[in-house]
Design a binder for this molecule. Structure first.
Ligand SMILES: Cc1ncc(COP(=O)(O)O)c(C=O)c1O
Length: 497
């Protein structure tokens, strides 16, 4: 038996020929670089042919396949059929475009394969480093703690857990809500993302414990109504404890009046949380940051590096001002995670003490690379640039009588609709459902055209075509293409009405 045979178990997954793997790996890297380099030549999105869909009902692969063959399947059947959020014409929902540096870092992270739940390892320090930078973005104190999570939905839920535990005392972790002597109530705006209500639900408070505060004309939380709701709840013997403000609402990109909400929270002694899923990173742009005044007063902020930060999915983040309260909500000493001063079990507290996950990937690396390679000034320019592009779209819509804008453009989201000749959406004599249907059809046809991919939402009960400019690649030419395609598709659909 040779030494090689002796050290390599017969069942290893490593190759026998590293050179062959290296060559194939370089080919795969080239393929994905080619994809990114030539994104514009592809449709933003294309429907998945039935034959392709059917290939994902294959039987369990019990025997090995050649990597090159599997990769060929990826090129043919997977790569062309994503939603297209890397493409400059993608404007649906709120999705970041990723970046090639972050992609490379993700590959390195997978190669290194650390489990960043804890222990004495440098990947934990990389995450602490990014946390330190996040404190700097938001002017948070050294005592604030942070953690990478899947996304803002999870970060919002965690903020709620921390506030709940602080309000009810650590015993709630043992006794549950049923034994609590306070009936907790939370507050958010009617423009808040659905994950806020879901968080209240998942935290066991029940959705009826969430007060949905109406919005003002700028789609911001109406603070006078917030005060009224808190007073009414106190009068009813309930216990207000949590306000979730929004910095960059999902529908229109509105920023709640953060200073005023911070004042209310301070006066009423409530936890002031900000869902800044995409908007919070506006702090990186000197032009956008003033709009976010009051964010720095938050007790906790949830946001995503994978949206405006352009880090590849997923890279959500939560920062909590009171690090002790954060840790008290999650840390659970168990024998097999015992800490030491030295050795691998050193370096306490660990990331797993600040969230529900024990096994955690190395999300920090792609974020660390992205921040380092581009620098926050450049990322801030990208963020402000998407707002400029949104203003360009807004101006085009306002200048075109065939189009109608449905909401102010505070940041990077534009909601509009096609008027369809005689049909005026504010004319109640016209079948409102019909014009909604026409605009929904326009949005679907735009997606199917491969030219642009907006999504839709309801603005004051009316269906809007919604363009969220999040991707660093989106240019004015993409907006021109969106407008042109909307007008021609709209005209064609209206003709047959
Ligand atoms: C304002 C807001 N909050 C929360 C979320 C949910 O974030 P995630 O998808 O990262 O969980 C989004 C997603 O678009 C959002 O726009």
């Amino acid at each position: 038996m040779t030494t090689e045979q002796h050290v390599t178990p017969p069942s290893t997954l490593d190759p026998t020929d590293w050179q062959e793997l290296r060559t194939q790996g370089h080919r795969m890297l080239d393929d994905i670089f080619n994809y990114l380099e030539n994104l514009r030549e592809r449709p933003v999105w294309q429907p998945i042919p039935q034959t392709v869909r059917a290939r994902f009902q294959a039987p369990l692969p019990r025997k090995p396949n050649e990597l090159a063959d599997v990769h060929e399947s990826f090129l043919q059947d997977i790569l062309p059929y994503g939603v297209g959020n890397s493409h400059p014409g993608f404007m649906g929902w709120v999705q970041g475009g990723g970046n090639p540096v972050g992609m490379l870092a993700e590959m390195l992270a997978a190669g290194m394969n650390p489990n960043v739940g804890g222990r004495n390892q440098i990947p934990v320090e990389v995450e602490r480093q990014v946390t330190q930078w996040v404190r700097e973005f938001f002017n948070f104190p050294e005592t604030a703690t942070g953690l990478f999570v899947t996304g803002t939905s999870m970060a919002n839920l965690m903020a709620l857990w921390v506030a709940r535990t602080l309000t009810l005392g650590a015993e709630v972790r043992q006794n549950g809500l049923a034994d609590a002597d306070k009936r907790l109530v939370a507050y958010t705006s009617a423009g808040a993302h659905g994950c806020v209500a879901q968080a209240v639900d998942l935290a066991g408070l029940g959705r009826k414990s969430l007060r949905v505060i109406p919005m003002n004309a700028d789609f911001q939380m109406d603070v006078a109504k917030l005060r009224e709701a808190i007073a009414a709840d106190r009068a009813a013997g309930l216990h207000p404890f949590f306000i979730a403000a929004t910095a960059g609402s999902v529908d229109v990109g509105a920023i709640d009046p953060l200073q005023e909400i911070a004042d209310v929270a301070a006066e009423e002694k409530l936890w002031y949380h900000v869902d800044g899923a995409f908007g919070a990173l506006g702090m990186l742009s000197p032009r956008i940051a003033p709009k976010l005044a009051g964010l720095e007063r938050a007790d906790s902020i949830a946001f995503d590096f994978h949206k405006w930060g352009q880090v590849p999915y997923d890279a959500g983040f939560i920062i909590v001002r009171d690090g002790e309260a954060h840790q008290n909500a999650f840390a659970s000493p168990v024998n097999y995670l015992r800490r030491e001063e030295r050795g691998l079990a050193g370096g306490s507290p660990w990331p797993c003490d600040f969230g529900p996950d024990l096994s955690r990937g190395f999300r920090a690396l792609k974020t660390w690379y992205t921040l380092q390679v581009y620098g926050t000034e450049k990322l801030g320019e990208v963020i402000a640039g998407t707002c400029d592009i949104a203003q360009y779209l807004k101006d085009k819509i306002d200048a075109n009588p065939a189009l109608e804008r449905l909401a102010p453009v505070a940041l990077n989201i534009v909601c509009f609709r096609y008027r369809c000749g005689e049909l005026q959406s504010n004319d109640t004599s016209i079948d409102a459902e019909k014009i909604d249907r026409i605009n929904a059809d326009i949005a679907v046809s735009l997606q199917e055209s491969g030219v642009a991919a907006p999504s839709t939402t309801l603005i004051s009960g009316r269906l809007a075509i919604r363009a969220a400019i999040v991707n660093h690649r989106t240019s004015k030419a993409d907006i021109d293409a969106l407008i042109e395609a909307t007008l021609s598709i709209g005209a064609a659909i209206c003709k047959v009405q």
